[in-house]
Design a protein around this ligand. Structure first.
Ligand SMILES: [Mn+2]
Length: 209
């Protein structure tokens, strides 16, 4: 059951919603999300292109997402991007709970003009990232493309998911990165979807994930 959200703010209110605040000497972050949302987002990380990528997760994952990060951008974007990945992972893990009734696996291929990426996710309980994305440019706006790996590493470690990310084609780095985030969003949505045929069941022969 989704509660309508106030237009000026995305507030996590649903059954599969969570809020996590993580403060260190490097970053101060609050993530609020609702996995059963409509894709509304309120994003403020101080890195424009990174906000654009997080918006893809909300929009294509149908997740309501409110992320505020005050990071040490006077150094560079590393701590900001990595720590948002960590905090988002923590919030997803909290919202998904015991994983009863979820589909568990999700995958997606997403193109954008010449670029094509594939993301496969498993809510396995075992953190792991295998990523092959040959970025054609170091910087995308003020976003260092190398930080894409740090974001997904932080996410995988704290959401306890196995994540395989491959960019299969691509010339433009903005397109490469955007297809990765869109495919991640679609894979995430598929894995987190409740399967009416296995309502209340934890999708593992072990009985836990
Ligand atoms: Mn774009």
């Amino acid at each position: 059951m989704n509660t309508p959200l106030a237009p000026e703010a995305v507030i996590a209110t649903g059954a599969r919603a969570a809020s996590v605040t993580r403060n260190t000497a490097e970053t101060k972050i609050t993530v609020k999300l609702d996995l059963d949302g409509t894709g509304r987002a309120k994003l403020s990380t101080g890195i424009g292109f990174f906000d654009h990528m997080l918006d893809q997760i909300a929009r294509h994952g149908l997740i309501d997402l409110d992320i505020d990060c005050q990071g040490d951008l006077h150094i560079d974007g590393h701590h900001t991007v990595e720590d948002v990945g960590i905090t988002l992972g923590q919030a997803v893990a909290k919202a998904v709970g015991d994983k009863k009734g979820i589909r568990r696996y999700g995958h997606a291929y997403v193109p954008l003009d010449e670029a094509l990426s594939r993301v496969v996710i498993d809510f396995s309980g075992r953190p792991g990232l295998v990523m092959d994305v040959p970025f054609t440019s170091g910087m995308i706006g003020t976003f260092d493309s190398q930080l894409t790996y740090e974001f997904f590493q932080g996410f995988a470690n704290h959401a306890f998911v196995t994540l395989h990310i491959d960019n299969l084609k691509g010339v433009n780095a903005h397109h490469q990165c955007e297809t990765v985030f869109k495919a991640f969003a679609r894979a995430l949505r598929a894995a987190l979807e409740l399967d009416p045929r296995s309502a209340g069941v934890i999708p593992s022969t072990k009985g836990s994930l």
